[in-house]
Design a protein around this ligand. Structure first.
Ligand SMILES: Nc1ncnc2c1ncn2[C@@H]1O[C@H](COP(=O)(O)OP(=O)(O)O)[C@@H](O)[C@H]1O
Ligand SMILES: [Mg+2]
Length: 256
């Protein structure tokens, strides 16, 4: 479980400052398909990068399985990321001159895993994703759909608990996009958490939990059950809803 408390992210200073996340209180549940949906510029990537510890908040805390990840040193944070999180991006970020195998091996190579061991692990994932035929092809020779499969394989090779995907279908046609969505759903079935960032409402139909973000403000219905965890602080829309109920009750009583 990942818990964000009072998270704010402000880029820049003074007049040019952008308040990209505003008092975000949020729980990301384990082994669920969580979809973060919002318009371009609403703060989706900022939120995802903070959840994945790629970036740190200006204020507030992030807790992952009981561990405050704000308190970690730079090295500890990198270790946490390598162990816990796999990333998939819209523009793939593959090394074009490297083979499929080399690209998928990359996170393990960085970890210093011996060649034989890392290639064994990579080949297994590559096979699961139906890419064995392309094993020795350079990344630059692949289609968009194949490239995104390779980047998903790379995200999975270190067996992370969480896969974060930032608009992974953004550069794909609808057929390849649907295939990538199916792969993500299968990752959840294997017990991992998947967090998908999208501006496409259709993607939300696969979600267990949907988070809406607009101008850096987050709302999510499923958060209702966590309101006590945040000391009765405003959790998304919860307090607003409660207030409305109270007001209706008050009016009724006054009338009676
Ligand atoms: N590195 C940055 N420096 C300054 N402003 C940024 C930076 N990254 C994002 N922003 C701004 O923060 C807001 C949210 O951006 P982002 O999280 O990328 O939104 P989304 O992913 O929903 O399109 C936008 O106004 C964007 O211009
Ligand atoms: Mg974005």
């Amino acid at each position: 479980m990942i818990i964000l408390r009072d998270v704010n992210k402000i880029y820049g200073k003074g007049d040019g400052a952008v308040h990209a996340l505003k008092d975000v209180n949020l729980v990301i549940e384990d082994s669920k398909f969580t979809v973060i949906i919002g318009k371009s510029g609403s703060g989706k990537s900022t939120l995802m990068n903070i959840i994945g510890a790629l970036d740190s908040p200006t204020s507030g805390t992030i807790e992952s399985n009981g561990q405050k990840i704000n308190d970690l040193s730079k090295n500890e944070l990198a270790e946490y990321r390598n162990k816990t999180v796999g990333f998939v991006f819209q523009s793939f970020y593959l090394e074009p001159t490297f083979s499929v195998l080399e690209n998928v091996c990359m996170p393990l190579t960085i970890k210093g895993m011996p060649k034989k061991e890392r290639e064994e692990k990579a080949k297994k994932i590559i096979e699961e994703l139906g890419l064995t035929e392309k094993l020795n092809k350079k990344a630059s020779e692949l289609s968009g759909g194949q490239k995104q499969r390779v980047s998903i394989a790379r995200a999975l090779v270190s067996d992370p608990d969480i896969v974060l995907a930032d608009e992974p279908t953004g550069n794909l046609d609808s057929q390849n996009g649907a295939e990538v969505m199916e792969l993500l759903v299968n990752i959840v079935k294997r017990g991992k958490s998947v967090i998908l960032v999208t501006h496409n409402m259709d993607d939300a139909k696969n979600a267990d939990n949907v988070i809406h973000i607009s101008d850096g403000v987050v709302t999510a219905d499923y958060m209702d059950k966590y309101k006590d965890m945040f000391n009765n602080k405003e959790v998304n829309n919860v307090e607003e809803k409660v207030d409305e109920n109270i007001r209706v009750e008050d009016i009724k009583e006054e009338k009676e």
